[in-house]
Design a protein around this ligand. Sequence first.
Ligand code: NIG
Ligand code: FE
Length: 426
Amino acid sequence: DGPQAEIKASTVIRNIGQLVTVAQQPIAGASGPLQVIQDAALAIYKGTIVWVGTEDEGEPWFQQAATASKDGIKIIDAQGAVITPGFVDSHTHLVFAGDRAEEFHLRRAGVSYGELLAQGHGILTTMTATRKADTETLLTLARERLASMRQHGTTTVEIKTGYGLDMITEEACLRIINSLNAFEDTAITPLERMRIVPTFLGAHSIPPEYRDRRSEYVELVIEQMLPAFVGLARFCDVFCEREAFTEEESRRILTRAQELGYNLKLHADQLSPSGGARLAAELGATSADHLDHASDSDLDAMREAGVVATLLPGCSYTLRSPYPAARRFLDHGLHVALATDFNPGTSYCENMQMILGLAMSEMDMSLEEALTATTINGARALALQDQVGSVEVGKQCELALWSIKDYREIGYHFGTNLVQSALVER
Ligand code: NIG
Ligand code: FE
């Protein structure tokens, strides 16, 4: 059946060669695990998708709607291109100053990431640069990085703090992250619009001034930062690792965060078995990320607790360490998400197409699995699966318009940007 005349639309996208819906409910006329519709169209009303179908079904109705509408209806011609959901990049550390090119090259000469971290480099190098930078500089850098992400097809981005590590800088970074999200802000044009999810990661590293009294820093996070930042961050994350925070410290911080209404995330079992994945399951975290050293029983516990497994191949690429064994996670029945982990130390990459490509070439994921992991499962990792991550009635219009005619070029044609633009309607 074609759409009913009563459906109100403000925008119609027509002439879509392939609409890769990644729908979670079967859609009439769609086929395959990604629910692809050939020669498709879709209608949007005030940013929400109100109809998805074939061009043929929609055609008479588009004419009628266009004539009936007083204010006119915006018609976008996709010219036969592929449309997918916009990428959901569910794990980034995007607000920071400076870079770590020097450490990158030191590591190539044999110094490990863990050693650098233990010597007070790594995260703390970036912390120093970030504390010194003014708000305007941090904001400009963040905007440029987001623009690059968007050009590569990302429409929703989670952003963590964690390079301030003191009350003032952590708060400043959270305010910057929130300001990037201001859809109503007229300074943000439609071409720059992205959905931003703020995460507080005060427990990223022990700052140098607390080096010999780490429990006081943990107290500062629990007693002052967490209560003060309620409303500024949706998630609280902790780097649970030998070189960072212990399982017990992480449990205390996250338990308090949960009491205050934050959703939880963990950097878990990245460099060594740290107890992070188990803790994520115990606390019912939304996601556990990295997971390179998580055990089979950890993965079972995560599945039982509904924790999304977020894999970050950009780190393996940068640190030249083994790639996460995606098949293990999939075989355990987990929802697997893929994200950039954009940060200056372990993954200086804005491009989700690169991440998807690595997952296919190095992690044995199929295109279907990798596209699912970078869209709807990214949304799950942010508890946004009812709003974004697929093209379905009721979801927000956050799409990637590709300069290809067949979606099977994704992950195959590599090293170039295949996305023409991101399409975000509000
Ligand atoms: O996800 N592991 C901790 N945090 C980041 C790295 C941050 C940094 O090195 O600056 C990560 O890999
Ligand atoms: Fe990270």
